[in-house]
Design a protein around this ligand. Structure first.
Ligand SMILES: [Zn+2]
Length: 450
């Protein structure tokens, strides 16, 4: 009787031990890549393996030993590459054909900050589904929707790209609005879409305030008004932003504003109303361009505007300006459907459609891919820790059918997405369960660090 009891005890202990091992699966994932693209060099290597432990990449190469208990993801029939970047978008803004006739001052009245935050969360999921793992979210986000989205993704509430938020755009009186005196003076219509900053003191205050509330980049309206910012004003914003580790992106819509931004040495210029000579200067100074190169689509644009956009992008590429893939994709209408299936295009589909402009400009696929990855990581200032598929970096990995180095449209068919080591999409199907948590599991004190 006693012996039997001892044996039973031993068996129970052994079973418990076996169960506890089973309950602690290895956190290592091994990705087998049929081809692995290095966008820096524009080359691909066959049959590579990527080891991922937790959130980070721990090894890359052919014939790596597979640790016991590792989960193996077989992408040997696909092309694997790092995640994509939209270097200029607005996650928390959807201005519509109806009711506001694309008049986005009205969006600010019809859509509250909480509604826009929910739109931003949805847009983040849609963009991740199309392979975008980093977005620069630069203004027109009501009361810091962009910073909140970054925080929510970072804390582990929901899946989404890494967001580089700017907070509200900083501009001189009026920003991009032309309000009535009543709306301006008595209803404070400018804020939070724009922060009016008209003197050195106000510029410093506005930059500090945005950084306090989570901005990782400072967005300036340089020439939205004839009384826009001088070279000295821009330089002041640059030096103040640097104190908080931020760089300055200039919204530019005139040749003069472009020149003042170049002379002041901004980090990036948004929109491409720049001259060939200014492209040359930007290349010389290494100023990034977010051209927001809108394609001509049944739901947007005109043939005439498209021709100009294509010519300007082509010239910037010829002059070797550091180009980023950027969209300003922040609007919606009822024509945004796939003509073949009649299904709605997602924010991700609409974003990747900007490839049409790059193709029309005759830019080689390797250069387009570099703009969408390496230049994007640099412009987002994440290049030291996120982006390239390298040991020690966050595991942001996507895979497509076909070869984007031969046909850039292969990027339209994203079959696999991993973000921070978690699988978000596999076999072309979203499976985001791992991303949802009942609390801020990744930053328990509710704050994030720089
Ligand atoms: Zn914009």
């Amino acid at each position: 009787m006693k012996t039997r009891r001892v044996v039973l005890c031993f068996l129970l202990v052994a079973l418990a031990a076996a169960l506890s091992v089973a309950q602690q699966p290895s956190s290592v994932t091994v990705i087998k890549a049929g081809r692995l693209i290095d966008p820096e060099t524009g080359t691909a290597a066959a049959n590579q393996m990527i080891l991922v432990d937790g959130e980070k990449i721990t090894a890359v190469g052919p014939n790596l030993a597979i640790p016991s208990g590792a989960m193996v993801i077989d992408l040997s029939s696909l092309t694997v590459l790092p995640g994509l970047v939209d270097a200029h978008t607005h996650m928390g803004l959807t201005y519509k054909e109806r009711p506001e006739n694309y008049y986005y001052y009205l969006t600010y009245i019809t859509d509250s900050t909480p509604l826009r935050a929910i739109q931003a969360a949805s847009n983040g999921i849609q963009l991740l589904n199309s392979g975008f793992t980093v977005v620069r979210d630069v203004g027109n986000n009501a009361l810091y929707v962009d910073a909140a989205l970054r925080q929510a993704v970072e804390q582990g509430w929901l899946p989404g790209p890494t967001v580089i938020p700017s907070g509200p755009m900083i501009g001189s009186t009026g920003g991009q609005f032309w309000p009535t005196p009543e709306m301006y003076k008595y209803h404070d219509i400018m804020y939070p879409e724009y922060i009016d900053a008209n003197s050195p003191d106000e510029i410093v205050r506005a930059v500090r305030e945005n950084m306090l509330f989570g901005a990782r980049v400072i967005k300036l309206c340089v020439d939205c008004k004839p009384w826009g910012y001088s070279v000295d004003d821009i330089k002041l914003a640059i030096s103040e932003a640097a104190k908080g580790g931020c760089k300055v992106e200039a919204h530019v819509q005139t040749t003069e504003g472009g020149q003042r931004s170049i002379d002041a040495g901004v980090f990036m210029i948004a929109h491409n109303y720049l001259t060939p000579e200014q492209h040359r200067q930007m290349a010389e100074k290494g100023i990034f361009l977010a051209g927001t190169d809108t394609p001509f689509m049944p739901y947007r644009g005109s043939e005439e505007a498209f021709k100009r956009t294509v010519a300007n992008l082509r010239d910037a590429w010829e002059k070797r300006v550091p180009l980023t893939f950027s969209t300003d994709m922040d609007y919606w209408n009822e024509r945004m459907k796939d003509p073949r299936t009649g299904e709605w295009l997602t924010r991700g589909d609409l974003t990747i459609n900007f490839l049409a402009t790059w193709k029309a400009a005759g830019i080689p696929p390797a250069d387009i891919l570099r703009a969408m990855t390496i230049n994007g990581y640099k412009a987002a200032d994440v290049i030291g820790q996120r982006g390239p598929i390298k040991t020690g970096f966050f595991a942001d990995v996507i895979a497509v059918a076909g070869d984007p180095l031969a046909d850039i449209d292969a990027l339209r068919n994203v079959r696999f997405v991993m973000k921070n080591g978690m699988v978000f999409k596999k076999d072309g199907v979203m499976m985001p369960e791992d991303f949802f948590h009942p609390g801020p599991v990744k930053t328990p004190n509710g704050r994030w660090t720089r």
